[in-house]
Design a protein. Structure first.
Length: 104
């Protein structure tokens, strides 16, 4: 069983989401304790260290990193998938990494 750790960024992201979606997202995060490498998909490019899983009716993505040596899943960010849109969670993640805002 993996331990779950949320970054400050992920915690702040979740707090901005409506309560019903929050519950679904938290349920999906809990599921990551069992087999985070079996769930979600590996990301590419500058996000290649991370994985992504859909939550709350396909609209939201949970972006996480698995650290096998420590048996831990770090939830890096949570947000909406809006392809080609500025608030798209993948674009925000790239920005967080580039600017050093993301800390494990």
């Amino acid at each position: 069983m993996y331990k779950i750790k949320l970054t400050e960024l992920a915690t702040a992201n979740i707090k901005k989401i409506d309560i019903n979606a929050q519950k679904q997202i938290i349920h999906k995060i809990e599921a990551l304790k069992e087999g985070p490498l079996l769930l979600g998909k590996a990301l590419k490019g500058s996000l290649k260290e991370y994985r992504s899983i859909r939550a709350a009716g396909q609209r939201y993505r949970i972006i996480y990193k698995v650290i096998e040596a420590e048996i831990i899943v770090i939830i890096a960010a949570v947000g909406m998938r809006k392809d080609g849109d500025k608030p798209d969670i993948y674009e925000l993640m790239k920005k967080y990494i580039r600017t050093g805002l993301l800390k494990d």
